[in-house]
Design a protein around this ligand. Structure first.
Ligand code: NAD
Length: 497
């Protein structure tokens, strides 16, 4: 399908879509064991896209059993890494052939701009599969320096059955960040997409089968967190659980592991990332990137730069710049290439974000935005919003809002900037803007964050690990380090004469 360019063309392409609405278990679509379904709603207009099979404990049992059988039969787990690479490279190619469809599925399901989905999310998924596929036959095991008479091999082996539970903000890419290294390493996976956005994962499973992934190696069970998610977290035959989502639910997965089989749990959770701006920075570039950092994807980004910390000497200038930048991010239909933000994922989430904005009106000066909009019959749209001067104890400063809401605070000294930046339970990302290299390195030493971006925001690539410190979690997606989550070290010690 050629990539549409106009609003009308995107709408026409959306009208032609066929939604996969069954669970995907053991290489085929199947209904839920109890036959239940749940609606997948388009937040841009409130209409139901599809009634999707609602997976629950019995379905998780079936999926884990299929994954275990597939792992044990060795058709994937014991295949040469170079052969697994070929299959995953075919999957990457199929994703590229289907970027328009995959982009539309995510855009319709959760409201992101289709132009972002087709240029960033869907090609990103292909890239991440390709990157991990190409890496897997270049990783060597180790031999310990024991000396003659002993050959001690330290081997990396797949773990077995991986449970993956992911959020709705980047449905295809969050699934990919788990699946690409887990599958490349030879595991079987049961993926539970978020209930708000199950459609792209179901299509991805079909494409993986077309690429030649054996039956049972990838299973997708859409459903609700308290049903399918909890069942996967508690399952006694899951070896590791990779989770991306909120900090509160991440803590539940640690509990589920303790209450069941002590499975490894890897958490990538929430954030409240600071963006420090010093007077010697390129302020226009800082403002441009800061706007992307908080308004891209409606601010529904774990590493969103939701706290701008500005030196007091440039506070007014930066505030004015941010108000001007915010004006450009007005929401609209996500299928319209002219829109700069879509709706929030659900009406309920818009309610939550508006609750923060209402609290913020008491806690700080509202510089712009702050209103909810009704467009196309949906009231899930929220204006880009900027607050100035909130106290460090304010809710809009402390809590993850997960919407297009920026809080600007000021500092006088570097010490104060660091103290404000680190005064949070989270530690996912931090950005800082300065032309002084000494200051950049000095501060990057002290910012408590998984990624510190200097003179940019949210620096990210397949080559570098992405994850948090403190209550932003401890797992790392992407890079060669992501294989650490999906492999175990096994020592094989041979005595010889
Ligand atoms: P969420 O925690 O509500 O849901 C995430 C997943 O967990 C979903 O699949 C959901 O069904 C499941 N779930 C929910 N309740 C559950 C329960 N009781 N038991 C088992 N599973 C359950 O998060 P969300 O609203 O989908 O996503 C937003 C959150 O994700 C934000 O906090 C954001 O920061 C975080 N996030 C983090 C990263 C990262 O890499 N650190 C990336 C993207 C999003």
């Amino acid at each position: 399908m050629t990539t549409p360019t106009t609003h009308a063309e995107w709408q026409a392409a959306a009208a032609r879509l066929r939604f996969r609405d069954q669970l995907w278990i053991d290489g085929k679509p199947v209904p839920a064991a109890d036959g239940r379904r749940f609606p997948s709603v388009n937040p841009a207009n409130g209409r139901i896209l599809a009634e999707v099979a609602r997976g629950a404990a019995a379905d998780i049992d079936r999926a884990v059993a299929a994954a275990r059988r597939a792992f044990d039969n060795g058709r994937w787990s014991r295949r040469a890494p170079a052969d697994r690479k070929e299959v995953l490279l075919r999957l990457a190619a199929l994703i590229r052939q289907n970027v328009v469809e995959l982009a539309l599925l995510d855009s319709l399901d959760m409201g992101k701009l289709v132009t972002d989905a087709v240029t960033i999310d869907a090609p990103g998924s292909a890239h991440f599969f390709q990157w991990h596929a190409e890496a897997i036959d270049k990783l060597y095991d180790e031999i310990a320096p024991t000396g003659p008479g002993d050959l001690a091999m330290i081997r990396r082996v797949p773990l077995g059955v991986i449970g993956a539970v992911v959020p709705w903000n980047f449905p295809l890419d969050m699934a990919t960040w788990k699946l690409a290294p887990a599958l490349a390493a030879g595991n079987s996976v049961v993926l539970k997409p978020a209930e708000q956005s199950p459609l792209s994962a179901l299509r991805l499973a079909e494409l993986a089968a077309e690429a030649g992934l054996p039956d049972g190696v990838l299973n997708v069970v859409p459903g609700f967190g308290e049903e399918a998610g909890m069942a996967l977290g508690l399952h006694p035959d899951v070896d590791a659980l990779a989770f991306t989502g909120s900090t509160a639910v991440g803590k539940l997965f640690q509990r589920y592991a303790g209450d069941s089989n002590m499975k490894q749990v890897w958490l990538e959770t929430g954030g409240k990332s600071p963006n420090l701006i010093f007077p010697d920075a390129d302020l226009d570039a800082a403002a441009d990137k800061a706007a992307i950092g908080i308004f891209f994807n409606q601010g529904e980004v774990c590493s969103a730069n939701s706290r701008m910390l500005v030196h007091e000497s440039i506070a007014d200038e930066m505030a004015a710049r941010m108000v001007a930048r915010a004006a450009a991010y007005q929401p609209g239909d996500p299928l319209d290439p002219a829109s700069r933000m879509g709706p929030l994922v659900t009406r309920g989430h818009a309610d939550t974000v508006m609750g923060f904005i209402d609290a913020g009106r008491q806690e700080a000066q509202l510089l712009c935005g702050g209103e909810r909009l009704t467009l196309g019959g949906s009231d899930a749209y929220v204006q880009p919003t900027v607050f100035l001067g909130a106290d460090p104890t304010a809710r809009i400063v402390r809590e993850e809002i997960f919407g297009p809401v920026l809080s600007i605070q000021t500092f006088r000294t570097e010490e104060e900037a660091i103290a404000l930046a680190n005064d949070t339970p989270y530690g996912l990302a931090a950005s800082l803007w300065t032309r002084d290299l000494n200051r950049a390195l000095r501060l990057s030493d002290r910012l408590v964050a998984g990624t510190v971006s200097v003179n940019t925001v949210d620096a990210l690539s397949a080559m570098t690990p992405f994850g948090g410190l403190k209550q932003s979690g401890f797992g790392r997606d992407l890079s060669l380090h992501s294989f650490d989550k999906y492999t175990a070290l096994k020592t094989v010690w041979v005595k010889y004469g």
